[in-house]
Design a binder for this molecule. Structure first.
Ligand code: S5P
Length: 266
């Protein structure tokens, strides 16, 4: 199966440019770490990204959290992308009808499609959400992840919902590059999807608000996922400790990458 292949070998399995670039970036930086930067001030946001940039293949954002957002922040983010060679994933979790999500993706204050190579959507509206988002994203070479599973206790994305989400992706391979999920789907033949997995932590198992954590080894080696998404495990509570934040990022990068190397051997 694809789990035994290297990330660089798998780049050939995709026509979508964002998927190819992500796989090649992972190999080049020896990193399957995506850092999720969920902070409310632009200053902290940029300082954390500058600290973790050398260790991450992908920076995951929630730009609607930022209380002082303006579009110059995107220019600063793009400068950091150039400096550190990472990709950008706005974790927007679109969930509306095709026409509405196309507008949310292209327009508004954030103009997500203009700067985010990868974004994601809930599958709850059905295939029309993919049609709406791809009308904007596909001409720009963007890629979409569908939320097939969630990391939170008691979430409803299980069983039939998850299976139907996989099928929606199979039907739109040009734009849907993979999933947010907790495990690799039982593959049909040699089908290849990227699986990006949140709920990753080395030190704690839960956050008291429903989040559940597994280790990079459980995620990459045992569940066959491709990218670990780590937020608070990397940047903690004091955002001014940029050296400690960089050290944590390297710790997660090393942990995720060694699990991947072990997987390639088995
Ligand atoms: O199922 C999910 C899907 C996502 S995208 N569970 C999640 O936690 N996420 C996101 O991953 C969430 O929105 C947050 O930005 C990040 C996890 O952050 P952490 O601080 O718990 O590592």
């Amino acid at each position: 199966g694809v789990q035994a292949l290297s990330y660089v070998q798998r780049a050939d399995n995709y026509t979508n440019p964002a998927a190819k670039e992500l796989l090649l970036t992972m190999e080049r930086k020896k990193s399957n770490l995506s850092v999720s930067v969920d902070v409310t001030k632009s200053r902290d946001f940029l300082a954390i990204i500058d600290a973790v940039g050398p260790y991450a293949c992908l920076i995951k954002t929630h730009v609607d959290i930022l209380e002082d957002f303006d579009f110059t922040l995107i220019e600063s983010l793009q400068a950091l992308r150039k400096k550190h060679d990472f990709m950008i994933f706005e974790d927007r979790k679109f969930a509306d009808i095709g026409n509405t999500v196309a507008l949310q993706y292209s327009s508004g204050v954030h103009r997500i499609a203009s700067w985010s190579q990868i974004t994601n959507a809930h599958s709850v509206p059905g295939p029309s959400i993919v049609a709406g988002l791809s009308s904007v994203g596909l001409p720009l070479g963007r890629g979409l992840l569908l939320l097939a599973e969630m990391s939170t206790a008691g979430n409803l994305a299980v069983g039939h919902y998850t299976e139907e989400t996989y099928q929606m992706a199979r039907d739109h391979r040009d734009f849907v590059i993979g999933f947010i999920g907790q495990r690799r789907p039982a593959g049909k033949g040699d089908e290849d999807f990227l699986v990006l997995t949140p709920g990753v932590g080395l030190d704690v198992k839960a956050d008291g608000m429903g989040q559940q954590y597994r280790t990079p080894r459980e995620v990459i080696l045992e569940s066959g996922c491709d990218v670990i998404i780590v937020g608070r495990g990397v940047y903690g509570k004091d955002y001014s400790l940029t050296e400690a934040i960089a050290q944590q990022a390297e710790r997660y990068r090393e942990s995720g990458w060694s699990a991947y190397l072990e997987r390639c051997k088995s």
